[in-house]
Ligand binder design. Structure first.
Ligand code: HEM
Length: 418
């Protein structure tokens, strides 16, 4: 629990460019609360970053995301350093995933798997998810009375789900786990490859090598996995380019992994810190749907996305000029007093719960339904078997400015055998 307080709105605005600020959630939320009150459309000129407007009110984020013809993902979908921006301007994006593109390319690409992510297809996965959940709660029981819930449990279940969906062999899972962590943890010295932020380029190259082979294999012998859908898809009568197929696998493998793992670990911590809510959910499992959405609101594993204006647009009396970028702060929107009654209360029965953790509009998270199903499967298995849980050390948060959450959650517990 940090008692650090920002001394001014200027200082508060720097949380978005400071990976360490996200690792101090109390400070981060204090800074966002100040911005929502004093400067909800706030110009940030952080050292080493090209400037942008930070948008911290929920209604403004929804409004901007809804206007996808004015606010584009290209050329700056995610905040990167000045150096990253310059490199991208010179060489283009190393990957062109769904989040890097706008209509009409975006719609065409999204359509490739949109059906695959529909409830009627995903419902076939219920048993697979229940199986993974049992496997990991059994693992907790086997480990005895203590584990690091992030590193031993939460990191693995979503990765297994994604990789089994993509159809990769289990023997490759450890390699994918390491690569996705290196990709997203690029700003945290414990997660970086060789402790070197520049090694991110090698990480992306490794993804390329691995996934090029996957496309070749699935074109030669299609199976019923998602990789086969992508490898054999046609847009305007043409197969996807190597860049498009690889980008598709990378976005699925990465977007569906650390995000869901963070929601699981942060969800458990929130239940432990709010024992009345833990008891309420245990006693009334019909609250599982609202509880899972509350965990996702609470954690907001994706810290922001960005958009760039194609014309002048006014937000709360401030003009976003054509060519300027906005950073949409999802964790801030999720704690906005005007959008959520008592937003700092963790309430497993919260309804309605119009949170922003999955974004909104045409880029709304493709895996939202799957992520919810995974969390439900895990907590449905865990809670009836969890007789006791307490912290066995200080939880630590990842230093990041994009995707993240708990890096370690040491717990002491009693879990019954399955
Ligand atoms: C709790 C877990 C998750 C969170 C918090 C999350 C959050 C997000 C957010 C905020 C976006 C951008 C939305 C926007 O720009 O408006 C997004 C996009 C996306 N997510 Fe997720 N996600 C999660 C899990 C997953 C899973 C499990 C998958 C897939 C297996 C997935 C696949 C994607 C894809 C493909 C996109 C790009 C969609 C597009 O640009 O059209 N996500 N996600």
């Amino acid at each position: 629990m940090s008692d650090r307080v920002p001394s001014s709105v200027e200082e508060a605005g720097f949380v978005f460019v400071d990976p360490a600020a996200y690792a101090d959630e109390d400070y981060f939320h204090r800074a966002c609360a100040l911005l929502r009150k004093e400067s909800p459309v706030h110009w940030v000129e952080g050292p080493g970053f090209n400037p942008f407007w930070a948008i911290t009110k929920s209604a403004d984020i929804f409004d901007i995301e809804a206007r996808h013809q004015i606010f584009l993902n290209e050329p700056r979908p995610v905040l990167g350093s000045e150096v990253d921006d310059a490199r991208r301007q010179q060489n283009g994006d190393m990957l062109r995933t769904l989040i890097h593109v706008d209509d009409p390319e975006h719609r065409q690409l999204r359509n490739v798997t949109a059906e695959w992510f529909l409830p009627k297809n995903l419902s076939k996965l219920e048993d697979v998810l229940a199986g993974f959940a049992k496997r990991y709660v059994d693992k907790m029981a086997e480990m005895g009375t203590q584990c690091d819930f992030v590193r031993d449990i939460a990191m693995f279940m979503p990765l297994n789900v994604i990789l089994s969906i993509l159809g990769l062999p289990e023997s490759d899972y450890p390699r994918m786990l390491k690569l996705t962590q290196e990709l997203f943890g690029g700003l945290d010295e414990d997660m970086q490859r060789d402790g070197d932020p520049a090694a991110i380029i090698e990480v992306i190259q490794d993804f390329f090598v691995y996934f090029t082979k996957l496309t070749q294999d699935r074109r030669a012998v299609p199976t019923d996995d998602m990789a086969s859908v992508v490898a054999n898809a046609m847009i305007d009568g043409q197969p996807l380019t190597d860049m498009q197929t690889i980008s598709y696998y990378v976005i699925t493998a990465t977007a569906g992994h650390d995000t869901t793992a963070s929601a699981m670990a942060g969800g458990l911590l929130a239940l432990m810190e709010n024992p009345d809510q833990m008891e309420r959910l245990k006693n009334d499992p019909s609250l599982m749907n609202t509880a899972v959405d509350e965990m996702i609101r609470w954690v907001a594993p994706v810290k922001h996305f960005m958009r760039t204006a194609t014309e002048d647009y006014e937000v709360r009396g401030t003009t976003i000029k054509k060519g300027q970028s906005v950073l949409l702060s999802y964790p801030s929107g999720n704690r906005d007093e005007d959008a959520h009654p008592d937003p700092f209360r963790f309430d497993v029965g919260r309804s309605p719960n119009k949170h922003l953790s999955f974004g909104f509009g045409v880029h709304y998270c493709l895996g939202a339904m799957l992520a919810r199903m995974e969390l439900k499967a895990l907590f449905k298995e865990l809670l009836p078997r969890l007789k006791h849980a307490e912290l066995a050390g200080d939880p630590k948060w990842m230093k990041t400015i994009f995707v993240g959450g708990l890096k370690t959650l040491p717990i002491r517990y009693e879990v019954t055998a399955g």
